[in-house]
Design a protein around this ligand. Structure first.
Ligand code: FES
Length: 155
């Protein structure tokens, strides 16, 4: 069993919020992804069991969103999304991504060898007034330099 009782409990706690269990696929994937830093195949089977649906439905959702990592490419402790849309690009977003990629020796989409950071590029984060901006896990940081991001990640 890959899902701990605590993870199962968090998933079950979502049930009353939705009209049926099938609607809990996405919240369940987020819970598992947050906890395990990926969604292993065994977890898909177990989520399917909890939601009483076929594992293929979980696979479909996962592949549609492209947000969730599979077990062969787990997330680092921190996931850093660097915006590369227009406002951020005009204010150094591309250079910021390049600088972080160089500093951490990881290409966008990858995770550092020590598992500390996963670097990603993002499309507009909805914070254009603070360009360039990044999302570190779920928190948006605006007007940042590579040094700022390094510091945020280290905290
Ligand atoms: S363009 Fe980067 S937040 Fe909008």
């Amino acid at each position: 069993m890959i899902l701990t009782e605590q993870i199962r409990e968090r998933i079950r706690a979502e049930f009353p919020k939705y009209p049926d269990k099938r609607a809990v696929v996405l919240p369940a994937l987020h819970i598992v992804h947050d906890e395990l830093r990926s969604v292993p195949h065994a977890a898909i089977e177990e989520i399917a069991g909890l939601l009483e649906i076929h594992p293929a439905e979980i696979h479909d959702t996962m592949s549609f969103y492209q947000f969730f990592r599979e077990e062969d490419r787990p997330l680092g402790k921190r996931r850093v999304w660097v915006c590369r849309s227009l406002s951020c690009a005009l204010r150094g977003g591309e250079e910021l991504l390049e600088s972080l990629s160089h500093k951490w020796r990881v290409a966008p989409g990858g995770t550092t060898d020590d598992g500390r950071v996963s670097l990603e590029y993002a499309e507009c984060l909805g914070a254009c007034e603070g360009a360039p901006c990044v999302l570190v896990n779920d928190e948006c940081h605006m007007n940042v330099s590579a040094e700022d991001v390094e510091q945020i990640v280290g905290e």
